[in-house]
Design a protein around this ligand. Structure first.
Ligand code: XMP
Length: 528
């Protein structure tokens, strides 16, 4: 049983960042809805502290979510962030004031007196000797009277009570957001809360986690056999490597090649998992079947549905041949768990649901094994490296389940997929090989997702002395932290020039290359 920090979510967009910072501070944590009951709080085992998130809502609105009373009677330290601080103030006898004006953005906060939370943490000192923090603020309401027992911990020019503390009860509130990267000392403040104030001893770390996860998998499945759908993406790859480390040949992976993979992807997956790790991998070449189902279909959603349905059929066929399989393993990660819980409770606003794996568990009658359920993406990557997966696989950009099917506009044909694969491989190779002198990183590392899109239109060109009439591709590269919004990447012209020159010269059939300069929103990252 790990020591744990409980994070209660009041609907902030950045609650997951709080969890990431807590994990980086070496403590296990979970996010739960802000209105869980007192019984839930009181039943938590190993509980070392509670963090109350921010919210877009107002703490004194009639329908505002109340912090469960048990949070303040359980006897563990509590940190309220923004709404969390306001709700704490209101419920413990302080006062709030609404404001039409939102304070949003960079602010400098002065720390008052010594508190266990902020002591010796500062960005600079004023000539008068005040310790100052550079922080990110986003709030309308503010606390105007401290609750009994609290003292002032921090203030800004426009917010007299920007932090408060009751050190006897170990309750702290900050109006600013220590979880976002703009708050320079944010990681130090969260580490201070987690380690010093809550007394977490760093029992959450990847090397220990590997041993623990392996023990858990062995305990869970015993002598049973497990089947896993391997896509070559980060999550299913890491899940496969972890389960294989735990139970070896009791695991069988099924790798379905739908003919819409990137250049040599099938070979790479087989080389890594079958040859190198010695895993049992069934390689199903279903490209002909997928392409024939997709013939004549141009509607993007119809294409997605066909690919999803075929995938389920093929996977089911293969899995049902494994007579002893009792478990279906999936690479579900913690953000998936949080999002589907939010979707079920109806509290999710604008969050997309994941449906790559829809329908599999019920129809197969297998029990679910999800060894990455507790991990964030960056932890999954660390685990992958720890398990010896190639860094190129672990740090790969995401690739959609329907693959090139959503990157070939309109009808999917083998001829188009072959051209696109070659063009895309050139783009990715050049992104990997071009280093940005300012950061020392490659442009592949500097972008969150980059790929090529096939446009089934022909345009006129000249090559040598002759006229050409060939296809067009679009290059797409974006920077994003959550894939919900994204900016197009400002790739260097020299890089774009090299990519375009190579594609037009090396891929006969394409005579024009364009660069997509649309951000999300209003465009999406994929074109379909
Ligand atoms: P959009 O195009 O919606 O994409 O801006 C956001 C992110 O989701 C990925 N994506 C998908 N992933 N199945 C997937 O597994 C899909 O059907 C799918 N559609 C989009 C996309 O690549 C991007 O990372």
């Amino acid at each position: 049983m790990h020591q744990r920090i409980l994070i209660l979510d009041y609907g902030s967009q950045v609650t997951q960042l709080i969890a990431r910072r807590v994990r980086e501070a070496g403590a296990y944590c979970e996010i739960h809805p802000g209105d869980v009951g007192d019984d839930f709080i009181n039943a938590q085992e190993g509980l070392q502290g509670i963090i109350l998130s921010g919210s877009h809502a107002s703490a004194y609105a009639d329908d505002a979510l109340k912090v469960p009373a048990a949070v303040f009677t359980r006897g563990v330290p509590v940190l309220g962030i923004c709404y969390g601080m306001q709700a704490m103030a209101l419920q413990l006898g302080g006062e709030l004031e609404g404001s039409e004006q939102r304070e949003f953005g960079y602010a400098e906060v002065r720390a008052h007196g010594h508190t266990a939370l902020l002591n010796d943490i500062q960005d600079f000192v004023t000539p008068e000797g005040h310790g100052m923090l550079k922080v990110w603020m986003s709030h309308g309401d503010k606390v105007t009277a401290l609750p009994p027992g609290f003292k002032l911990m921090a203030s800004t020019a426009s917010c007299a009570i920007a932090g408060m503390a009751d050190e006897a009860r170990r309750f702290y509130g900050v109006q600013f957001h220590p979880e976002v990267t703009h708050t320079v000392q944010g990681p130090a403040i969260i580490s201070r809360f987690v380690q010093t104030i809550c007394g977490c001893t760093g029992d959450w770390n990847m090397p220990d986690y590997v041993d623990e996860a392996i023990r858990n998998i062995r305990e869970q499945v015993g002598d049973d056999e497990v089947v896993l759908g391997l896509s070559g993406g980060v999550d299913s790859s890491v899940a496969a490597a972890l389960i294989h480390r735990a139970i070896g040949d009791q695991l069988t992976c099924v790798f379905v090649d739908h003919g819409l993979l990137r250049l040599d992807e099938g070979k790479q997956v087989m080389a890594t998992f079958a040859d190198n790790f010695g895993m049992k991998v069934i390689h199903v070449d279903a490209s002909a079947r997928f392409l024939s189902e997709l013939a004549g279909v141009t509607d993007p959603e119809a294409k997605r549905k066909i690919i999803g349905k075929e995938f389920v059929h093929i996977f089911q066929d293969e899995a049902s041949k494994l007579k002893n399989a009792r478990w279906l393993a999936q690479g579900t990660i913690y953000p998936d768990v949080i999002e589907s819980a939010a979707a079920k409770s109806g509290k999710a606003t604008g969050i997309k649901s994941h449906h790559n794996v829809g329908g599999l568990p019920e129809t197969l009658n297998l029990r679910l094994l999800e060894p990455l359920r507790e991990l964030f993406k960056d932890e999954v990557r660390k685990l992958g490296v720890e398990l010896g997966l190639p860094p190129g696989m672990v740090y790969r950009h995401p690739f959609p389940g329907p693959g090139l099917g959503v990157r070939i506009l309109g009808e999917v044909k083998k001829e188009y997929a072959d051209l696109l694969r070659r063009a895309d491989a050139i783009f990715i190779e050049e992104l990997n090989n071009t280093v940005d002198p300012a950061t020392g990183k490659s442009w592949y590392e500097l972008t969150s997702q980059a790929f090529t899109v096939f446009l089934p239109v022909k345009s006129v060109g000249v090559m040598g002395d002759s006229r050409t009439y060939e296809y067009v591709v679009a290059l797409r590269a974006v920077e994003t932290s959550d894939f919900m919004t994204a900016d197009w990447a400002e790739l260097p012209y020299a890089l774009l020039k090299r990519v375009s020159g190579r594609i037009i010269n090396e891929v006969r059939g394409i005579n024009r290359v364009t660069y997509d300069v649309s951000s999300k929103p209003p465009a999406t990252i994929e074109w379909e």
